[in-house]
Design a protein around this ligand. Structure first.
Ligand SMILES: [Zn+2]
Length: 249
């Protein structure tokens, strides 16, 4: 059992929350009961996740994508009202960590994704050093890397194969990091792994010869929250369960 505030200060230090400029508040987003014994982790604070956490008897939910983002107009209506109402009705705490959870060197989305793909970063790149880059570790080419990703994530990535060069360096950044492609190329990547692709990256892959793998926003960000949840469970003696709410996007 932990106190609500203990968890927040522990995570603020662990994830170096103050170091990041982010699109929403990192930390306790919705205040629930004071004591936390049962924790659910998930990728996104969707209604389905909150419902599953209620059914699980959770005192707190830990997610990567919280409820509040820059650009919202401040009204509590529609989907936001529904999700908030359910949290408040059941007195459940909501903790959300966005970029700090991508970046953490062992528990973060990028580190955990690398672990599953057999990739180890020896450098960082891009805005706020969120991108990871390391040796290609035995992947002959982008095709071999794509097969490994499909196996590890359970879905086939969208591959822009580049020029078919042998891979020496692979860069990756989870989620919607397609805008990091050029920084990855500048950092020396022969292939770049992220969640999503937009129209310009297909041309850049063709013109630079660097392979681009779009592997799913959700699929690449499934591993940080449960890793932090497990860490909290050990640290504070909590019961913890990761709840997967599948998302093809
Ligand atoms: Zn994301």
């Amino acid at each position: 059992m932990a106190q609500r505030g203990e968890i927040e200060s522990h995570l603020a230090a662990l994830l170096a929350v103050d170091r990041f400029k982010d699109y929403g508040p990192n930390g306790l987003q919705v205040e629930g009961r004071a004591g936390v014994g049962r924790l659910v982790s998930g990728v996104t604070a969707s209604l389905a996740l909150i419902e599953a956490a209620v059914a699980d008897g959770a005192d707190a939910i830990l997610v990567h994508h919280g409820l509040f983002w820059r650009g919202q107009d401040g009204r509590v209506t529609g989907w936001l009202r529904q999700r908030l109402a359910l949290l408040l009705a059941h007195d459940i705490n909501l903790y959300a960590y966005h970029l700090p959870l991508d970046a953490h060197a062992e528990l973060g989305n990028n580190a955990q994704l690398g672990l599953r793909l057999g990739l180890q970063a020896d450098a960082r790149f891009g805005e706020q050093d969120l991108g990871f880059i390391g040796a290609a570790a035995g992947f002959a080419d982008a095709g071999a890397l794509t097969e490994r990703v499909a196996l590890a994530l359970g879905r086939a990535p969208l591959l822009l194969p580049g020029d078919g060069r042998p891979l020496r360096r692979v860069a990756w950044c989870s989620g919607g990091a397609q805008g990091y492609f050029e920084a990855a190329i500048a950092a020396g990547a022969d292939a770049f792994i992220t969640g999503e692709i937009s129209e310009p990256q297909a041309h850049i892959a063709r013109e630079t010869g660097v392979a681009f793998l779009a592997c799913g926003h959700h699929a690449t960000e499934r591993y940080g929250a449960p890793a932090v949840g497990q860490h909290l469970a050990r640290q504070f003696g909590l019961q913890h369960r990761f709840i997967e709410i599948d998302n093809p996007a």
